[in-house]
Design a protein around this ligand. Structure first.
Ligand SMILES: Cc1cc2nc3c(=O)[nH]c(=O)nc-3n(C[C@H](O)[C@H](O)[C@H](O)COP(=O)(O)OP(=O)(O)OC[C@H]3O[C@@H](n4cnc5c(N)ncnc54)[C@H](O)[C@@H]3O)c2cc1C
Length: 405
């Protein structure tokens, strides 16, 4: 069946979170239905969107061609970072003074997501974390210090660490780092399914497997072709991750590949790692986090290739490289990979997502949460969408528009 979105092998290998949540109950689409809002996609973006919209609309429906949280969300290493992939100073060069707003919004959204998980008591291994952003081949000590100063000037928290402090406090040999509070880590599948269960309790109906083959917008709303049946709604929000709508402009965005490994539980590593997300100003970059049961997760090695066969065939080689790099960075640690996986990964030139109305399709909106902090962008989308659906502008909506057709 032709699909209104691209169809991809989003991930392969042995993702750590598979089977970590009991399945969310879904319905079969046995007849044509009507809704106030239909959300296409049941990953973390769709889950946050459903949670936000079910408290505002009586009849919200979510459809997915896979079981919930079986797309890219299953591959995510779920570092919940306020730091955007594009450093503040570089973003300012690209988009001007608006860069400060983008960074501040990302910080605020990260705190909002942490608070939401805590208030709703969603069991997803949430752990608040500092982040340690190490000097690397894209920003050395001098560049990192300037970045830290720029962040401070716009009110973001963090300290600059010299090479000596890094060596003495962390045993890491790098020329400098920025240490910032305010980030977190979680289990992305438990987070998405936990949110979906909350939304179901508020009235959400989830239909899966249901593929949206086509969409037609009328002046009254939208009609989705879902195979044997139709879904009519006032609004439609496409939260289809890296399987984007085929008709939307993709300028300034690309789909790449990323790899990750996890160790067994109770691995040996320095105690500070349980308080810290580590990543580096490097291309390709490396990042490290831990889990509540004492596993190390190491990820990165991204490449500008979107080929599922290449991703899978490179899994052994990329995993070995991730382990070697992490072991070199943390000399007290001997990482042995017990699980390895790989997935499609989205990037945009400015590191910001797209949260916007779909050009040429009235009543339709899309969320394309690119970048290493995609989960934070999914939350920003869920914060912005209710105002967009009411035809009112959010104060930051200009940051996340399509970058030109
Ligand atoms: C190795 C790796 C590590 C990562 N690490 C991090 C990290 O540390 N932190 C972070 O924030 N992000 C990370 N990411 C990115 C993160 O995975 C994504 O930002 C996030 O999962 C996107 O969620 P989503 O809900 O938008 O997409 P998905 O989870 O892919 O959900 C979209 C859903 O839409 C459905 N769909 C698509 N088209 C249709 C259609 N036509 N009809 C019906 N259903 C449809 C799909 O079946 C899918 O289930 C990582 C990604 C990878 C690959």
């Amino acid at each position: 069946m032709p699909s209104v979105t691209y169809q991809k092998d989003l991930l392969s290998g042995d993702p750590l979170w598979a089977g970590s949540s009991s399945p969310v109950r879904t319905r079969s689409l046995n007849e044509s239905i009507r809704a106030d809002v239909v959300i296409v996609g049941g990953g973390i973006s769709g889950a946050l969107m459903a949670y936000a919209l079910t408290s505002r609309y009586d009849n919200v429906v979510l459809v997915d061609r896979r079981p919930p949280a079986h797309g890219s969300t299953l591959a995510s290493t779920a570092m919940l970072q306020f730091e955007i992939d594009t450093p503040l100073r570089e973003l300012r060069d690209k988009i001007g003074p608006k860069a400060a707003r983008a960074w501040r919004r990302s910080y605020a959204a990260t705190q909002d997501l942490i608070a939401l998980i805590q208030v709703e008591n969603i069991r997803c291994g949430l752990a608040t974390r500092n982040s340690l952003y190490l000097a690397g081949n894209t920003l050395g000590a001098r560049g990192l210090k300037a970045e830290w100063a720029a962040r401070r000037r716009i009110g973001l928290p963090g300290d600059y660490l010299s090479a000596a402090t890094l060596r003495d406090e962390y045993g890491i040999q790098r020329t400098g780092a920025i240490a910032s509070p305010g980030s977190a880590s979680a289990n992305p599948v438990q987070l998405a399914t936990g949110l979906l269960r909350k939304a179901v309790a508020q009235g959400l109906k989830i239909y899966a497997p249901v593929q949206v083959n086509d969409v037609m917008a009328t002046k009254h709303g939208v009609v989705l072709d879902a195979g044997d049946h139709f879904i009519e709604a006032r609004h439609c929000v496409f939260c289809t991750g890296y399987e984007m709508l085929k008709t939307v402009p993709t300028r300034g965005t690309k789909i790449t590949s990323s790899w990750a490994i996890a160790s067994r539980p109770h691995a040996q590593y320095p105690a500070w790692l349980d308080r810290t997300l580590v990543w580096e100003a490097a291309d390709p970059y490396l990042y490290i986090r831990t889990t509540p049961d004492g596993r190390l997760i190491v990820g990165g090695e991204d490449e500008d290739i979107d080929l599922a066969s290449y991703r899978f065939r490179s899994l052994a080689r990329k995993s070995a490289r991730l382990v070697a790099k992490a072991n070199a960075l943390l000399p007290e640690t001997k990482i042995i990979a017990s699980q390895r996986w790989t997935g499609a990964f989205g990037e945009s030139d400015d590191g910001l997502p797209i949260i916007d109305a779909v050009p040429g399709l009235p009543h339709c909106y899309t969320v394309m949460g690119f970048g290493g902090n995609g989960t934070i962008y999914s939350l920003i989308a869920a914060q912005i969408m209710p105002t967009l659906l009411q035809g009112r502008p959010d104060k930051d909506v200009d940051l996340y528009r399509f970058r030109g057709a």
